[in-house]
Write a new protein. Structure first.
Length: 233
């Protein structure tokens, strides 16, 4: 449910119904919650109800772009909720995205820098913006000299692949360099990885954990220590 957290009281009531029913289930809020629409009380309740994974997206740490994409999220409040949820020993994820219209390389770096504060987060994602035909963002691109062939091809590949990512301000090569910067300075920080693995082992099998890291590195990971932690800093 993309809108599960939009009605705070409804969501809290659903959590209460689950808690009071004494049903023991694992709940994945993988489609995400708007991180400034919840608070510590909400997080306490969702964990008690059985939530073991929650996504609290950021998209961009640039205040200018927050206005441009009409999200206008309170970054300080989202950061506070991410930190708090991490302390609950559940899998917490957030997302930054690269490739918004008018976005500069410096603004992508600003988002990467924002991620660095989350030393206990399980899944800090770096995704590329997709320009789906018929959307407002696609129509904007039509008028602003985007490579339409690349835009169409990018829609057909995974959000973490940079092969066709390019804007008039940022060529594909720079996207790859920025993704490498994210891997090096956020994802492969040993302290964060060790904290993430500690939490993952509470909920996932060894094979499932290997699958997770195979997706991040776009290759088959067979040994966490050898193929992941040995590259951490």
């Amino acid at each position: 449910d993309d809108n599960f957290g939009s009605d705070y009281q409804r969501a809290m009531k659903i959590f209460d119904l689950i808690i009071n029913s004494d049903i023991k289930i694992n709940i994945y809020l993988g489609n995400g919650l708007r991180g400034d629409n919840i608070d510590h009380t909400f997080i306490d309740k969702m964990v008690k109800a059985g939530v073991i994974l929650v996504v609290l997206p950021i998209e961009t740490a640039s205040p200018r772009l927050q206005k441009f994409i009409k999200k206008n999220i309170n970054l300080e409040r989202v950061a506070d909720n991410i930190h708090y949820a991490c302390e609950k020993k559940i899998m917490v994820s957030t997302v930054i995205m690269a490739g918004f219209p008018t976005e500069t390389q410096e603004e992508i770096i600003q988002s990467i820098e924002f991620l660095k504060q989350f030393k206990k987060i399980t899944y800090p994602h770096f995704f590329t913006v997709k320009y789906f035909p018929g959307t407002e963002i696609y129509n904007w691109a039509l008028k602003n000299n985007f490579n339409l062939n690349n835009l169409r091809k990018a829609v057909g590949v995974a959000v973490h692949k940079m092969k066709y990512s390019a804007t008039p301000l940022i060529p594909t090569r720079n996207f790859r360099e920025l993704h490498f910067k994210y891997l090096q300075e956020v994802f492969l920080i040993k302290e964060r990885l060790q904290n993430a693995l500690e939490v993952q082992k509470l909920f996932l099998t060894e094979d499932e954990i290997l699958d997770v890291y195979s997706l991040y590195f776009v290759k088959r990971i067979k040994d966490i220590q050898k193929d992941v932690l040995n590259y951490a800093t």
